[in-house]
Design a protein. Structure first.
Length: 450
């Protein structure tokens, strides 16, 4: 398999012609394709520009190439593959100038990031696919507006579905099944993580056991006993919904002389007995959906506790790398560090002004996140391309792993000093998509592809 990166551009004066650099003359090329779109109806000419692959305008349009950019050109089994063609899959589309509502700006930035790297990317949902034609009516952001354009089926799908409920939709599941099984298209970040399931997986590996806070899953039969037992060992515990997000439904429980005091984001503590608190909790939630977790005495800055978001991504070799590290500081009367609940973002320079300490903490946080990424990747099904970790550092300097997110938020990138990290995350997403696309070439059955 031969692979190199070229500028892909239209050539307006020729017909049905593929214009290749001279070094391709030694290879027999029978077809050219983008995503699911292939053609054998062309002639080949050769030119001296070693950095460009040109296609006559009619050939360019037949392959549904959306815009001029750099792309990977891979020669495999006499076929020239152009790519990657990344389909960013989501739901919640609406007929307006902002097709994904408040999430539109995120997808705009994501598409912009992909376009600035290599290959092509578009936004689509289950409703966008014409299965008979093998095409997708995808969305691009061009100029200052969203436009619809016809694309081939992608070479790889990046899953950015908004929540667990949508993921379980029959339409979504059937779309995923057809693309992955009938067309052998790699689909990465396929599921939301369940907090307890991830904790159990990490608990089975000696590499990650030292990072894990003492945690238990609650159940209706002995929830009272389990909370009492955990509070006997730790003065502060947290109750977290296993499938929660954005810090919703989290309770901080502190032991007092007369019982407990319970805190939520934005509210002062309310005194309870454990029995009465559980009665209140049962009115809102199913107890078995919660885990109880040891509270950690975290480092503080400006009298506020902080934890760290460490973002990991796979690179073009399919290996885990750290792409962003930031501190998240809790706000007044909040029990989490999320920006949504009044938290703020700081850089490591802000938190550790002494260079030697900063480098030491960065190394520890990075090593922990890479190790946890590798363990999760080994134990979870499907292709995982990025993970957002919430890590804490206690008063002794020990690292604790609180949470792993398969759909990491992007709030840390609102900090001006983290824009380079945001760019790197986008680059790694494209790098990994390219890696998966090339990996899939050897197993794709082109009988299903037009």
């Amino acid at each position: 398999m031969i692979e190199k990166r070229y500028i892909i551009a239209p050539q307006i004066t020729s017909k049905r012609t593929l214009h290749l650099p001279m070094h391709f003359k030694r290879y027999a090329i029978h077809s050219v394709g983008l995503g699911s779109r292939f053609t054998e109806d062309f002639t080949i000419s050769y030119h001296q520009n070693q950095h460009k692959v040109l296609l006559s305008k009619d050939l360019y349009n037949d392959l549904l190439i959306p815009y001029e950019t750099k792309a990977d050109v891979t020669l495999n089994d006499h076929t020239l593959f152009i790519g990657p063609l990344i389909g960013i899959f989501t739901a919640g589309f609406q007929p307006s100038e902002e097709p994904l509502g408040t999430r539109s700006s995120f997808f705009h930035q994501l598409l912009k990031s992909c376009k600035n790297q290599v290959g092509y990317a578009y936004l689509f949902g289950h409703h966008s696919i014409d299965w008979e034609k093998g095409t997708v009516e995808g969305l691009l952001f061009q100029g200052k507006t969203w436009i619809k354009k016809s694309f081939p089926l992608p070479t790889v799908v990046y899953d950015r579905l908004p929540n667990r409920k949508v993921t379980q939709s029959a339409f979504i599941q059937e779309t995923k099944r057809r693309l992955t099984q009938d067309y052998d298209i790699p689909w990465f970040n396929p599921d939301f993580f369940n907090k307890w399931h991830i904790h159990e997986q990490l608990l089975t590996d000696e590499r990650t056991i030292p990072f894990l806070p003492h945690s238990i899953q609650l159940d209706p039969v002995d929830a009272l006993f389990k909370i009492e037992a955990l509070l006997h060992l730790h003065d502060v515990i947290y109750l977290k919904p296993m499938n929660g997000s954005h810090g919703d439904g989290i309770y901080q429980v502190k032991k007092t002389l007369s019982g407990i005091r319970v805190y939520t984001n934005g509210e002062v503590g309310i005194p309870y007995s454990i029995e009465n608190f559980l009665l209140e909790l049962r009115k809102k939630y199913a107890i078995h959906d919660f885990i109880a977790q040891q509270g950690i005495e975290l480092l503080h800055i400006e009298n506020q506790p902080l934890d760290f978001r460490v973002h990991t991504n796979k690179n073009k070799y399919g290996l885990w790398t750290v792409t962003a590290v930031a501190a998240k500081v809790s706000g007044d009367h909040t029990i989490t560090t999320l920006h949504l609940h009044g938290g703020s973002v700081k850089t490591l320079n802000d938190v550790f002004p002494v260079q030697e300490t900063r480098f030491q903490m960065l190394e520890q946080l990075s090593d922990t996140a890479i190790t946890a990424s590798q363990v999760i990747d080994e134990k979870m099904p499907g292709y995982i391309g990025e993970i957002g970790f919430d890590l804490g550092i206690d008063q002794t300097g020990s690292i604790w792993l609180f949470e792993a997110n398969s759909r990491p938020g992007r709030e840390i990138f609102q900090h001006a000093s983290l824009k380079q990290s945001e760019w790197l995350v986008g680059k790694r997403i494209v790098d990994y998509a390219s890696y998966l696309s090339k990996k899939a070439l050897s197993i794709t059955d082109h009988a299903n592809i037009r």
